[in-house]
Design a binder for this molecule. Structure first.
Ligand code: GCO
Length: 431
């Protein structure tokens, strides 16, 4: 049997508004999901109807023994038109916060989790110099209304995601080129034929984007980010933190980062160091005045002299194609603690799998790593598993099963998995 965490350690699960609530119709992602040139497998639709069923979901967490719930407030609901704030939606989130507290569950609130109001994209989205102030204005309204109820606030989920996407896009382009050259095709002719088709599709997509968003490029939060765009994201965090300090001084503030357990094989050290700089080190300056860092880890990434290594044949992988590697979490906590000397909070860690026994095995090893870190003096204050519910995994739709609770896509009926009570058994003070 495993040891439990101390009573003041926050143990729970995480969701994001767009992935679970349903009918986020004023958001950029809703518009993107319904375009002819969409990259989404399916639209989010009603999602898990968490917007209406959150009382039932929070009760299931309580019954399992969880003590915190990380969820996001949807900007597109709160400010559907620029400068127009919907009091009904703010009141909805006040009800969710209160429901958590009535069930002895600490709310950990994220103010931006990938989705944005559609109007923000029309203004240039996460490459526009106006976005940090627009974000701060939204945060100001939220803090005036809800700030006094909160103790833990994540400003922006995975502030480094845009640069990671840009990295992946670059790597994919190189792989495509190398593949064409390796196959001996005359890439210029082959590229010419494909390029024409690709260019045609890109032109049509840009035309549709112009019609839908009023701008030819949809710079949503998970688009490939430029260096300038990354500065905009960082500035948005700084302005939001300033507002929170002013209006909710009791709350602990931080951002969350998507952090791989970056490992180097001989010859891969330079690649690995570059990745770590872009994923983590570059954000240290803006985090100095934060209270905590939200660490989000799922697996490891290994680099050799040629760059990112593919996962060896026969290695156990998750539905997402990640290596099954729960030890990555403990490694990342130790690594960030070398440079970031404030509280740490595991705001996402989990596995997409149909086999709940593998989720339990993953949890066992990941939580053991967290307990070892705490035993060695690292200030880890909480852990929220991704995710509470099987939900909308962005462009992959509903095919990925991250949840501790299954959701019937037709009836919305919840079925807790064994892993939910297994996670709850780690809560402080339980045998
Ligand atoms: C992310 C997001 C979550 C994902 C989760 C599983 O890290 O991409 O925070 O919204 O659904 O990580 O991929």
């Amino acid at each position: 049997m495993h040891t439990t965490f101390s009573g003041d350690f926050l143990l729970g699960a995480a969701t994001a508004a767009h992935q679970v609530e349903g009918n986020n119709t004023k958001s950029d992602l809703w518009a993107m999901e319904h375009m002819v040139h969409t990259s989404f497998e399916e639209p989010s639709g009603i999602a898990c109807d968490h917007y209406h069923r959150y009382p039932e979901d929070i009760k299931l967490m309580k019954q399992a023994g969880l003590t915190c719930y990380r969820f996001s407030i949807e900007w597109a609901r709160v400010e559907p038109e620029e400068g127009v704030f919907d009091k009904k939606e703010i009141s909805h989130y006040r009800d969710v916060i209160r429901c958590c507290k009535e069930n002895g569950i600490e709310p950990v609130v994220t103010l931006h989790h990938f989705s944005s109001p559609k109007w923000l994209i029309t203004k240039g989205g996460w490459e526009a110099d106006t976005t940090p102030e627009d974000f701060a204005a939204y945060v100001r309204v939220l803090m005036k209304e809800l700030g006094s109820e909160l103790s833990w606030i994540c400003t922006i989920n995975e502030a480094n995601m845009g640069l990671q996407v840009a990295e992946i896009a670059e790597r994919y382009k190189k792989q495509m080129m190398a593949k064409m050259q390796r196959s001996g095709q005359d890439s210029s002719v082959q590229m010419g034929m494909n390029l024409e088709k690709m260019m045609q599709q890109q032109k049509e997509a840009a035309k549709e984007t112009l019609e839908v968003f009023g701008t030819p490029k949809c710079e949503n939060f998970t688009s490939p980010r430029t260096e300038h765009g990354d500065e905009i994201v960082q500035r948005a965090h700084i302005l939001a933190r300033k507002v929170i300090r002013e209006l909710a001084p009791q709350a602990k503030v931080g951002l969350t980062l998507s952090l791989h357990d970056v490992q180097a094989l001989p010859g891969g050290e330079e690649f690995a160091a570059g990745i770590w700089e872009r994923e983590f080190l570059r954000y240290l300056p803006i985090m100095q005045e934060d209270d905590f860092l939200g660490v989000q880890n799922y697996t490891r990434s290994v680099y050799d002299q040629n760059g990112l290594c593919t996962v060896p044949e026969g290695t156990e992988c998750t539905q997402m194609g990640y290596e099954f590697y729960p030890e990555g979490l403990g490694h990342v906590l130790r690594r960030v603690a070398q440079d970031f000397h404030k509280d740490l909070f595991v705001t996402e860690n989990g596995i997409a799998t149909e086999d709940d026994s593998r989720r339990i095995a993953y949890l066992s090893r990941a939580l053991s790593g967290v307990q070892d870190c705490i035993r060695d003096g690292l200030p880890v204050r909480g852990y929220t598993y991704w995710s509470l519910l099987d939900n909308f995994e962005w462009q992959k739709g509903y095919s990925m099963k991250f949840g501790l609770i299954a959701v019937d896509r037709k009836t919305m009926e919840r079925t807790p998995k064994e892993s939910l009570s297994y996670l709850g058994s780690y809560a402080g003070g339980r045998a």
